[in-house]
Design a protein around this ligand. Structure first.
Ligand SMILES: Nc1ncnc2c1ncn2[C@@H]1O[C@H](COP(=O)(O)OP(=O)(O)OP(=O)(O)O)[C@@H](O)[C@H]1O
Ligand SMILES: O=C(O)C1=C[C@@H](O)[C@@H](O)[C@H](O)C1
Ligand SMILES: [Mg+2]
Length: 179
């Protein structure tokens, strides 16, 4: 049993961190924080606009500041952005106060889900399959090393994935009582 005060979802773009996370938070009666969305609310700019104005380094700095703040809280399901785990300080913040679930998904499934997506700057140009494969090779081991639990989300509807994940969590994650 890991007594972390938050549940954290990590994994690649299109794994369902946002979609499954929202459903799971409802089922668990916890607050839901989507880091990309929270960053957009905080800055008043969309993720693509932040990338356009400040580049990926600017986005990553804002993402790190947000994660540091969010992880001070408790009783939250936190859906991270796909690249949040690249920063060691983020990894420390997420694992320090979170039970970390890696939502695993195949590149084929990502491609299906993100075929028409325009909100992810890292997929905006070039061949999507090649990019997703390169990101998977780089990030897959990082997600796996950070995770308390790996959950295969391939082929599952959002509601089914949330239900099954909740069932697995019941025997592995117990939130501490509030002080
Ligand atoms: N289990 C699922 N079944 C069907 N469609 C899904 C599923 N999970 C996500 N999707 C769809 O795939 C798209 C991407 O999902 P989502 O935004 O939840 O991914 P994410 O992991 O949060 O990605 P990112 O890292 O970019 O934030 C959305 O259009 C969503 O509706
Ligand atoms: O995988 C990534 O690096 C990203 C995923 C999204 O959630 C956003 O955080 C942004 O588009 C970058
Ligand atoms: Mg998301």
């Amino acid at each position: 049993m890991n007594p972390a005060p938050n549940l954290v979802l990590v994994g690649p773009m299109g794994a369902g961190k946002t979609s499954i996370g929202k459903k799971l938070a409802e089922r668990l009666g916890l607050a839901f924080v989507d880091c990309d969305h929270a960053l957009e609310m905080r800055t008043g700019a969309t993720v693509p606009t932040i990338f356009e104005l400040e580049g990926e380094p600017g986005f990553r700095a804002r993402e790190a500041a947000l994660i540091a703040d969010v992880m001070q809280g408790r009783d939250q399901v936190v859906a991270t952005g796909g690249g949040a785990v690249l920063d060691p300080a983020n990894r420390q913040a997420l694992a320090g106060r979170g039970f970390v679930v890696y939502l695993q998904v195949s590149v084929a499934q990502q491609l299906e889900r993100l075929a028409r997506d325009r909100s992810r700057p890292l997929l905006a140009s070039g061949d999507k399959r090649e990019k997703l494969e390169a990101l998977a090779a780089q990030r897959g081991p990082v997600y796996a090393a950070l995770a308390d639990l790996c959950f295969h989300a391939d082929g599952l509807a959002v509601a089914t994935a949330a239900e099954r994940l909740q069932a697995q969590l019941a025997s592995q994650w117990q939130r501490p009582e509030a002080a």
